[in-house]
Write a protein that binds this ligand. Sequence first.
Ligand SMILES: Nc1ncnc2c1ncn2[C@@H]1O[C@H](COP(=O)(O)OP(=O)(O)OP(=O)(O)O)[C@@H](O)[C@H]1O
Length: 565
Amino acid sequence: MKQALRKNRWLIAVTVLFSIIVSAASVLIAILLQRIIDAAIQGNMELFWQTLFFSIGYVLLLGLLSYIYAISSKALIRNWTIVIRDQVFRGVFRRNFEAFSTTNTADYLSALSNDIKLIEENYINPLLLTLQNIVIFVFSLAIMLFISPLVTGILIVCTVLMFVVPSLFGSALQNKQNAVSEQMSVFTLKLKDLLSGYEVIKSFALGKHADRKFGQENAAAANTRFAADRLLAMNESVSEILGILTQFSVIFIAAYLIITGHLSAGSLVALVQLSNGFVGPVLIIMQSLPKIQGVKPVVDRINALADYKDHSFQGVLEPTFQDNLKVSQLSFAYDDKKDVLLDIELTLHKGKKYALVGQSGCGKSTLVKLLTGCYEGYNGMISYDDVELKQLDVERLQQMVSTIHQNVYMFDTDILQNICLDEDFSEEAIQSAIQRSGVNKFLLQMPQGLHTPVSENGSSLSGGQRQRIAVARALIRNKPILVLDEGTSAIDMQTAFEIESKLLSLPGLTLITITHNMNPDILMMYDEIIYMENGRIAEMGSLEDLLALGGGFSRFITLEKSAAV
Ligand SMILES: Nc1ncnc2c1ncn2[C@@H]1O[C@H](COP(=O)(O)OP(=O)(O)OP(=O)(O)O)[C@@H](O)[C@H]1O
C-alpha cells in the first residue's frame, strides 16, 4: 500500500493541493452571501453589482478547480488500483510452490477484486473526503470566529459531542468489515468451486443441489454485508441527528443576537452557511473515520499479499547438471505428522532415462517435486553435481526442468500460444516440437491450425490433445531434464508409445517418467526403473533385472496388468 501511494506521490500532491484550494474557495460563498444580503438590505446598488460580477467569476473558477480536483482524484484511484493489483499479483507469484498451495486460489481472486474495491470505497475515498472536509472545517471556523465568537463557541461544544460517536462505532465496524471481506472470500471460493465443477454437476444432475448451495452462500454474503451496513446506517443516523441539532442551536442564537442588535441579517445568512461548512465536514469526517478504521484488517491482508517475501531457498549458486543428481537419506512430510518419503537413496545420471513406478500415493510425484525445488522442508540431501540444492539458485534450477503433468493447464488463447507461452521460437523449432509431440496429427483436422482457440482451460480440446500440446510445450524448450508425470496417460496407446519412444531416444535428455503404464515394450527402453513402496525406494534396476528379482515390482506389474485387462 505504502509503495503504491509513494509511486503516485506527485498525483497525491496535486490532488491534495486542489482539494485544499477547492475546499477553501467553497467556504468563501458564505462571505459572498453576507455581502449580497447586506447590500440588498442597505439598498447599496454599487455593492450589489460588484458582488454579482465577482460571484459569476468566482463560480466559474470554482467549477474549473473542482473539475481539476475530480479528475486528479479519479486518476489517483486508477493509478493506485493498477499499482496495488500489480503488487498483489507479483506477491502471489513470489510465493513458492508450498506457500502458494496452502491458500485457496479463490482467496487470491477475492483479494484482487473484492478487497481492493473495499479499500477504494472505504479507505481511499473517505481519506480524500476527510482531507477536503478538514480544510472546509478550518476555514469555516476561522471566518465564523471573525463574525461571531459566541456562536462559534457553541458550535464547537456541539461538535465535540459529535466526535464522540465514531469512537463508539469504530471497533464494531472494524469487525463487521472484516467479516464482509472474509465472507466474500468464502463466497468467491464456493462460486469458483461450483463453476469449476460444472461438468460433474451436470452429469450427476445435481443442479438443485448446486442451486441450494449457491443460494446459501449468496444469502450469507449479502447478510454479512447487511450487518455491516446496518451499523453504518446507525452511525450515519446518529451523526445526522446531532448535526441537525447543532444547526438549530446556531440559528436560534444568531436570531437572538439580531434581535438584540449584535448581528446583521447578512451575517446570520453567512453564519448559517458557515455552520453547514462546519457541521457538514464534521459529519463526513465522523462517517469516514470508522470506515477507514473498519477496513484496516483488509488493508493489512492486502499488504501481507503485496509485500510477501519468500524466505525459502536462499541459495545463489548457479546450478549445473553435467553429471549427476544425487539423493541421500531423504525424508519428507507435508504436515509434520507422517513421512511421505523415507530414507531415499538415489543417483540419476545425465542423459539417462528413468521410470518411476509404484502404487498410487506411494510418493512418486512428491519425490520429483523435491528434486525440482518445489519444497524446501526436507531432511537429508539432494545435490546437483555435488552441490546441495539449498545452496543453488532454485529459480534457475527450475529453468533447467520441463514438467508435463497429467492435468495440463491450457491458457484461453490458441494452440500456438499455449506451446510458446509468450516466448519467441523459430519456425523450425515450432515445427519440430509439433512433429515430435504428435500435435501435427490433430492439427490436420483443424481449419485454423496452430491458431485454433482452445477455450477456457482447453475445454474445446480432448484430454489427449491437451497432453500433446503439453509435450510440445516441453520439447520446444529443450531443457536438459524432462519430467513426465503421467503426461501421456490420456493419449491413445499408439501415439503415447510414439511420443515416449521419441523422448527415450533423445540422447542428452534426462527423462524421469512417472507412469502407471506397465507396457514391457516401453519399460524395457528405460535405463532404470525405480519402484517405490510406501515412501521408500524398494527396488531399482532395468526391467530385466527387476523381473529376474521376482520381488515387489514383479508382483506390482502382474497386478497392474491384470487390473488393466
Ligand atoms: N500437498 C499435499 N499436502 C499434503 N499431503 C499431500 C500433498 N500432496 C500429496 N500428499 C500426500 O502424499 C502422499 C504421496 O502423494 P504423491 O502425490 O506423491 O503420490 P503418487 O505416488 O505420485 O500418487 P499417484 O500415483 O496417485 O499420483 C499421499 O498420501 C498424498 O495424500
